[in-house]
Design a protein around this ligand. Sequence first.
Ligand code: KG4
Ligand code: ZN
Length: 344
Amino acid sequence: MVNLKESPIILGIESSCDETAAAVIRGRELLSDEIASSAATQAKYGGVVPEIASRAHAEAVDEVVERALQNAGVKKEQLDAVAVTYGAGLLGALLVGLSFAKGFAYGLGIPLIGVDHIRGHLAAAYLEDVTLEPPFLTLLASGGHTAILYTERADNFRVLGGTLDDAAGEAFDKVARVLSLPYPGGPHIEALAREGRNVVPMPRMLKGGGGYDFSYSGLKTAVINYVHTRQQRGEAYSRADVACSFQHAALDVLVRKTIEGAKETGAEVVTAGGGVVANGYLRALLTEACAREGLKLVLPVKKHCTDNAAMIAAEGLVQYRLCNFSPLSLNAEASIPLVRSSGK
Ligand code: KG4
Ligand code: ZN
């Protein structure tokens, strides 16, 4: 039986994709937040190579955790729990963080808390506003998901709508490739879009056609066709205009459906999470729309939108307070359906 503390010190570890991250929190206070990324190596291959990611995690995890403890001014004996991403993600990559966390928790005799990566993205908002409590509505937009979620209680959320085909981040990455931009595409499209105009016609997702669900494959294909047709005809086109027009079409719909979701659920607080939420245009649009509608917006700093361990520690705290501890037999999972993540 664990004696629950009011403000436990929790170490969070994240290794689901190409970032090896570790962070320490005390209650909701963030004490340290470290990250080592193999994205630069991966960029050479135009995407994440699982084998390279696993090896990079194995090389970095020791040092990143050590740095997180040191910068937090915390000795490992002071830790109350270890929270770690167990899914979804690349199996080999997940296993590195998970095995490390198991060893750490076992060695120290403290609880292990397996964290669902998606719930981690949701929990990033708890660090941004330490007074935040459910209910709130969340826009989740990452490389694997686009969804509108309504968190009623800390331990479960309702899925208003989700990803029908490509996720928003995935569409950014694929469009970036056709525009000869490096991986990951999101930040590069954002930068190029600043030099362009929203003048290239793009198909829009219609609310009537999908409720709160999101489909990005039509938009992605339209961009690919536009570029390929121009290239085949030897016609000049502006890459910046394509990036800008795509960005508008991809992101406007997220804000529109978020506001509709808030109205339908009666939520007064809106939060957001996932790598795409690091996008400056989306952040500005969301801020403006929430202010117009009289909604309180809790927007995690950019660093906590893309993959990080602070959000894993934050979700660890939620689970700690619910006494949801994991057995040392916990296994990594490559995919976790959103409905299962919801806790229902
Ligand atoms: O949440 P995340 O770091 O990892 C997943 O859980 O998937 O999200 C990664 C995704 C990538 O597809 C990346 O291109 C996108 O987030 N992303 C962005 C931006 N920064 C990262 N998309 C648009 N604009 C950005 N500034
Ligand atoms: Zn993520």
